[in-house]
Design a protein around this ligand. Structure first.
Ligand code: FAD
Ligand code: NAD
Length: 407
């Protein structure tokens, strides 16, 4: 009697999905399991570098690489398709190109921008979510400068940029934008003083919850480059002309801007909500072994998962750091299941720190409990970026895509 090989289907070739697949292809032989990877594109992109592609300080081709560069096609079947739904009862996934069934499923579809139902954002604001959104935002920024230079009746608001949210994404994008704007001014013969860059944050501080001394440094550095902060100012809406913000208790104010970037939070994938798997804002509060409650054949990781930091009884912020560590645990747990073991490993994040870039040559961070600013922090950020490449594609990927403009 022949025993049927289990089919493992991994959805998403981001940080979590690729770490899972690269570990599985090493640990399992073709006789032990069929491994299938499904992704919308035939490339992986470094989500953590998208602020650079969005501002135009890095070409979008630098932030992506072919999935084929890291998967072993003799062991992994790659399906380029868009996931449309998951049917847990039927153990199958609906794709735009057909269907795929599974014995074990790994959901690593990443996150989506969270607009909290704020009116006009979907229609009028840009987001920093993937290669396509980044390319569009970069082109739009350049279009504003080119159009301003050409139009007879100058629209000053064309050169006003609003970034909604002073979380890590907002601040990292502002760092890049503040470096890009002087280049654009020079290229299009525009006086730098015409440009306004606002950062609008609802909370009473920039980077809420981060080290106040480092935040002070970041704000001062960005202000020096012309960024104006409006903190304690929730965005209430977006229009074709700009944004509406709360002013005091009952009033609102309009800020006219040709470019609005919404960087005020992420949620899980809408596919999770559609699938009927229990979730909170499209994130699955996973069991300690990273399986979805009630679904022993479905693992969920990265931005689609929710795990609680017991020390403060609050969810861990979704990060690439955690997604990659989860990928390693998911792969080990799948190997156990394939080999017939039932005791699975429990996931515990090992956080090494957080570094927030402020452009190519500056950053702030806490690494192994040590505070860093300036070039030291910037060096560390590049090392972290290179480490992510190393974890998925080894030294050859670091050589091909790594950041070596270190100082
Ligand atoms: P992702 O890496 O986002 O991958 C999801 C994959 O699924 C993508 O390949 C996508 O194309 C694919 N996909 C999505 N939907 C579908 C579908 N329907 N069908 C098929 N394929 C689909 N975290 C850090 O730890 N450090 C940082 O420095 C850092 N910097 C960041 C900077 C920016 C600008 C942003 C936006 C985020 C940053 N983060 C950082 C957060 C980090 O990027 C995310 O937490 C991480 O990418 C989540 O990994 P993931 O594997 O869940 O999803
Ligand atoms: P976030 O949730 O961390 O920050 C969003 C910010 O937007 C918050 O400060 C919030 O107060 C603000 N906000 C929410 N509603 C608003 C409104 N109506 N008006 C104005 N401001 C509003 O989101 P993010 O910055 O996109 O980060 C997403 C995840 O990615 C986080 O887990 C973060 O840690 C991670 N990330 C990490 C890095 C890094 O480590 N360098 C960089 C980018 C993102």
């Amino acid at each position: 009697m022949t025993v049927k090989k289990p089919k493992i289907v991994v959805l998403g070739a981001g940080y979590g999905g690729l770490v899972t697949v690269t570990r599985l292809q090493k640990a399992l032989s073709v006789d032990e399991a069929n491994i299938v990877l499904v992704n919308k594109n035939d490339y992986h992109y470094e989500t953590t570098w998208l602020h650079e592609a969005s501002a135009g300080t890095m070409h979008h081709d630098r932030v992506r690489y072919d999935v084929d560069a890291v998967i072993n096609r003799s062991k992994v079947e790659f399906i380029r398709a868009e996931v449309q739904d998951i049917k847990p009862e039927e153990k199958k996934v609906i794709l735009n190109t057909g269907e795929v069934d599974y014995d074990y499923l790994v959901v690593a579809l990443g996150g989506e921008s969270e607009t909290f139902g704020i009116e006009g954002l979907k229609e009028h604001a840009f987001t920093i979510s993937n290669v396509n959104t980044s390319r569009q935002l970069r082109d739009h920024i350049e279009f504003q400068f080119a159009t301003y230079a050409n139009e007879e009746e100058k629209k000053e608001e064309r050169l006003t940029f609003v970034v909604g949210g002073a979380g890590f994404t907002g601040i990292e994008f502002l760092g890049e934008l503040a470096n890009r704007v002087p280049e654009l001014c020079k290229e299009y013969d525009i006086d730098y003083s015409k440009v306004r860059i606002y950062c609008v944050e609802a909370a009473p501080m920039v980077l809420p919850g981060f080290d106040p001394e480092l935040v002070k440094y970041a704000v001062a550095q960005l202000e020096k480059k012309g960024v104006e902060f409006k903190i304690g100012t929730p965005i209430k809406g977006a229009t074709a002309e700009g944004i509406i913000v709360a002013k005091g208790e009952d009033e609102t104010e309009e800020i006219k801007a040709g470019t609005v970037v919404w960087a005020a939070g992420v949620r899980g994938s809408s596919i999770i909500e559609k699938s009927g798997i229990e979730n909170m804002r499209a994130r699955v509060k996973v069991n300690p072994d990273l399986r979805a409650p009630g679904h022993d054949d479905i693992f969920v990781l990265g931005d689609c998962s929710l795990i609680i930091n017991e020390e403060i009884n609050r969810p861990y912020p979704p990060t690439a750091q955690i997604a990659m560590q989860q990928g390693e645990t998911v792969a080990r747990n799948l190997v156990k299941l394939v080999k017939g073991e039932t005791e699975l490993e429990t996931f515990t994040p090992h956080l090494k720190g957080t570094v927030c870039s402020l452009g190519d040559d500056d950053a702030i961070g806490v690494v192994f409990d040590k505070k860093l600013t300036g070039t030291k922090a910037s060096f560390m950020k590049k090392m972290i970026d290179n480490r992510a490449l190393f974890m998925i594609g080894g030294p050859s990927l670091v050589l091909k895509k790594g950041k070596f403009n270190i100082l």
